[in-house]
Design a binder for this molecule. Sequence first.
Ligand code: HEC
Ligand code: HEC
Ligand code: HEC
Ligand code: HEC
Length: 392
Amino acid sequence: MRFIVLYILMPLIMLFPAVTYGQTRTLNILYTGGVNGELEPCGCSPKTDFGGVARRSGYIAEHQKMLSPYILIDAGNFLDKDTPQGRLKAKAMLKAFGIMKYDVVAILKNEKEFPYNFLSALLKKYKISVISDMPRYRQAISTKRDAFDVNVSVNPMNYHKGKLNILLTDNPISEIKSLKGWDIIILSSGEILEEPLKANGTIIVSGYPKGERLGILTLQIDGSGEVLEFKHRWQSLGKDIKEDINVRKALKEYDVRVAGLLKDNSKPLAEISYLGASKCGECHQPFVESWKKTRHAAAFSSLERTGKSADPECIKCHTAGFGEKGGFYSTKTTPMLTNIQCEACHGPGRDHLLDFSKPMQPVAEYVCLKCHTKSTSPDFNYPVYLEKIKHK
Ligand code: HEC
Ligand code: HEC
Ligand code: HEC
Ligand code: HEC
């Protein structure tokens, strides 16, 4: 008998320690939410150069072992608006989600703007499991990870006893706090929770805006499936994170498609109201010389360096007058308006040329703030910056 216990039962017990009732185990919930179509940061300032799908994917791939077992979830509002560029973003975003193997993704407010056929084709193509309260979608998904039974849902009434219950929502925190029955609620409403909130036995977390950081919630769960303890941390996604090369490839494809949005032939050359610096130089040469020494005069090369010189979301601040009548459109149609020309600050010069006595737009701080925003230029300080670009 002793022989049986020692040589047969003991090894068996040691083989299946996890089954022992009462033992606690760990599960990581990796989450994003409210990414709003941000595929990658613009790189305008090192202080805001965080996030992006290539780094997120790179981080997860490199730390598989440390993070496992984990569930990867997006709590919704990962897309931008339904515009031609927004659709290209949707393709790239979902392709990246597919590469990262997201377990569950919620279709919420932003995604609902897109036509069903467009989205469902992409979701199918990249094999992404989604939940939504829209017709034709599932409201909940049950998934197993290790020995954990997990129920992820967008329906606040839809929790299951005996499972780990996770609700994905973009309702405001004030409404969510009173919900019961959920172990975890992940928000994508845009409200920031730097630290998790505890209410009614529920852990409430929110996705970091623009996906600048990856949320990691580490749960200690006992044998009966109850969450005993949790730890939370933000994984910062800075320049030091190694990018996933396959996701980078998808982003390069995106850049090429975006460049196709500005069709050189489709837009008739509008009324020429912007003249370009060389025209101004005919009468204000010293001003042109001083301007050439500023970074404004080389702002377009920053885009060329990163393959973004035909991305409307970038050129609106790195050229003169993009989006306005007679302003920059493309390097082919308006080559004289690349960079931040005189008229980006002084206003279009055509009327000035017709009548010098007519004052140009006065240059004050508000002109700078159109481009020097909190995210593109966090160090912006008007007197300090003005000193650097002043004509001398
Ligand atoms: C809202 C205006 C705005 C938009 C949109 C914008 N930029 Fe910028 N960008 C700036 C400003 C302002 C700076 C300078 C910031 C500073 O130094 O304070 C800058 C700086 C940069 C620089 C840094 C240059 C250097 O050498 O340090 C790069 C690169 C850049 N932008 C790329 C991009 C790309 C790529 C996009 C599109 C994805 C983009 N920008 C969109 C305003 C903008
Ligand atoms: C049309 C958009 C736009 C406007 C308007 C604009 N800037 Fe800029 N500014 C930029 C961009 C983009 C850069 C970065 C250029 C680069 O290196 O790619 C920049 C760079 C600068 C820099 C260099 C930053 C550094 O640390 O070296 C200064 C200084 C600056 N701007 C001051 C100003 C001031 C002052 C105004 C208003 C009077 C102003 N800018 C208006 C877009 C703009
Ligand atoms: C980043 C914004 C910005 C850009 C770009 C810029 N300027 Fe200016 N400009 C100013 C500001 C601010 C002033 C007033 C302060 C000063 O004198 O420097 C000014 C003043 C001037 C004045 C003198 C106005 C007066 O009352 O005497 C002239 C002329 C002028 N700029 C021409 C140009 C020309 C030509 C270019 C292009 C080569 C240019 N500026 C580019 C911001 C800009
Ligand atoms: C054919 C010559 C000529 C050209 C080209 C020209 N200007 Fe002028 N500009 C003048 C003259 C002359 C004055 C002085 C008018 C006065 O003092 O009443 C002036 C004044 C200015 C002033 C200061 C007065 C004000 O209204 O703020 C600015 C700024 C200015 N020009 C910017 C520009 C810019 C930017 C361009 C290019 C788009 C440009 N100019 C092109 C001749 C020219």
